[in-house]
Structures are given as C-alpha cells and as structure tokens.
Design a protein around this ligand. Structure first.
Ligand code: PEP
Ligand code: MG
Length: 324
C-alpha cells in the first residue's frame, strides 16, 4: 500500500468524473514542510503560527518571525501558504505569557488576545508581509472570530501594517485575508463575514466543540464529540451556502477534512479546498479518486437526513465500502 501511496503523490486529487479538490496541509513545525511536500500538498491551508511561539521562551522579534515565515512561504512557493494569526489561549499556552482563567475555551483566546494587544498583532502581520516579498503566496487568516466588529478591527490593523512595510520600502501586495468559522456565532453571520474578506475556512475542531458544548480534549466526554453530529453538518451547510452565494471560496482546515469519509461529505457540500495534516492527505486523496461527485452528493443528502452522528458514520462507511 505504501508504494501505491507514493505513486498517488503526483496524481491530481479529483473525483472519477473530474471534480478537482485541492488538498492542502496544516503545518506548524519546520519538519511539517518536508512531510507535506513529500505527500503532494498543493498549498498550506493552516500554518499555526503559535507553534514557533510555543517553542521559545519569549516573544520572537519581528525579524525572527520574518525568517520563520519566510521558510514556510519559500518552501511551498508558488503554492499558497495560509498563515493564521496568533491563536493562543484555550489549550495553547505560552510560558512567557500565562493566561489563567476558569473557562479558557470561553475566555481570552485567539483574535481576542491580539486585538487587545495590537502591538503583538502588528509585529506579526508586518513580519508576514515582509517575509512574502517577491513570493506573493501569503494568505492571512483570523482565528476565533465571533463578530463582524473583530474583523473590522483586524482588517484595519492589517491595512495599517501593510502601509508601514511599504513605507519601509518593501514591495508587497495586500494578501488575501480570510476568517475562520469556528464559533457558532460566526456560522450565523457567515453571510456578513464572507462579504468582508476573501475566503472562509472552517475550523471544525473548535466548531464541533462549541456547537456540542463538548471539550475537545476531555476524554470523559470524548464519545459526545462528533463532527458527524447533524448540528455540525447543518452548520457546514449554512457556511457553504453563504460562500456559494458570495462567490467566495470555502475551505475546511479542522481534523474533519483529514477523515476520508468526512472529506467526501465536505466535497459534496462544495468545499473548494480541504486542509489536513500531511499524514492524512494520501488516504483522503485515494478515496476521493475512487468516487463520483454525483455519488458524493447523494451521500450528503442521505447524511443530512440522519438524526444522529452514529447513523451518519455507519451509513457512510457502509455506502463507501459498497462503492469499492
Ligand atoms: C480548528 O479549530 O478546527 C482548527 C483548525 O484550529 P485549531 O485546531 O488550531 O484550534
Ligand atoms: Mg481552532
């Protein structure tokens, strides 16, 4: 099988009837680069910038960040690299910036922290923009958005940072900017949010956690955590509708995209890009190359009729097995 997976690397990810679905990767560590290229990634859908922050003992300087981001952009060039702005809080802690709260997942996380500390945000955006000079494959993505106001603020800061690096003599275009949909409030404002940016990307890890009120890391409730829950599927459908109506791309960068059976549903929903850990990429590509887009659509319709996650899962596995 591993030999077969190697041959798979250079084949396009498309269904039997020619529906193309670019498979991108989630990265964070330097080692993810080689692994991703080796598996035929067509871009980076989520570069978790907090990872390089977590392995240091102080905030990396603008110059240090610039060098780290340049590595990612260069390695994947000319393919796009989607850099998420710092997403700390929740379960991701920096030793030199402790956040102590009773409910960290409902607390000071992601964009909430960086909008309260625009100096951290601006340094990071400037470093990203400078790193992209001459490469122009940068995309910027905002985590934990729960209101239109946060996007306005963040865009304002990104434009300001862009002006500053231009004043310093860097020639960089404004990169595409996207919003992560990972909080239920954002699902219901997807129509407004998508108007403000260039793309939406669904973080199904947090979206599942918040929709189902199930801590994504708590083993005691792990069997309640399910991305096939009908509420999650309906949320995905609302997001897909908003993107289609606005004519803007939708991607999924949560773990769900790396589950082959779930990927079939996401493709049927109209996702334009699936982003996953490099390990899962070959399996997802293999399965998507075995199915017809029409059949995926039919499976989605069936999945949306089921009233619980286990039925969705068993229906999918049975149907996919019958298709070969
Ligand atoms: C997500 O929440 O689905 C996601 C991709 O982000 P993270 O796992 O880093 O929170
Ligand atoms: Mg998340």
């Amino acid at each position: 099988l591993s030999h077969g997976l190697e041959q798979l690397r250079d084949l396009p990810c498309e269904t039997l009837d020619g529906h193309r679905v670019p498979l991108w990767v989630n990265t964070g560590l330097y080692a993810d680069i080689a692994r991703s290229l080796d598996r035929g990634a067509e871009g980076v859908g989520l570069y978790r910038t907090e990872v390089p922050f977590m392995i240091q003992d102080r905030f990396p300087s603008e110059k240090e960040q610039q060098a780290i981001y340049r590595e990612q952009l260069q390695a994947f060039h000319p393919q796009p690299v989607t850099m998420r702005t710092l997403d700390i809080g929740g379960d991701k802690e920096l030793s030199y910036f402790p956040i102590k709260e009773d409910n960290p997942f409902l607390g000071w996380r992601g964009i909430r922290v960086t909008l309260d500390h625009p100096e951290i945000f601006l340094v990071q955006i400037r470093a990203m923009l400078k790193a992209s000079e001459g490469l122009d494959n940068l995309r910027i993505m905002l985590p934990m958005i729960s209101s239109v106001y946060e996007v306005e603020e963040a865009l304002h800061l990104i434009h300001r940072a862009h002006g500053e690096v231009q004043d310093e003599g860097f020639q960089v275009p404004m990169p595409p900017v996207g919003v992560m949909i990972e909080v239920p409030a954002a699902v219901y404002q997807a129509r407004e949010l998508v108007q403000m940016v260039d793309f939406l990307s669904v973080g199904t890890n947090d979206l599942t956690q918040y929709l189902l009120a199930v801590d994504r890391n708590n083993p005691r409730v792990a069997d309640l955590y399910h991305s096939f829950h009908p509420a999650v599927l309906q949320a995905l459908r609302l997001i897909a509708d908003a993107c289609r109506e606005a004519g803007k791309p939708m991607s999924v960068c949560g773990e769900m995209a790396g589950d082959p059976a779930a990927a079939v549903l996401l493709v049927a929903l109209g996702c334009d890009v699936l982003s996953m850990s490099a390990t899962n990429l070959p399996r997802v590509k293999w399965l998507l190359r075995q199915i017809r887009f029409d059949d995926a659509r039919a499976l989605l319709q069936q999945a949306l009729r089921e009233d619980n996650a286990y039925l969705v899962q068993s229906m999918l596995h049975l149907s996919l097995r019958n298709m070969g």
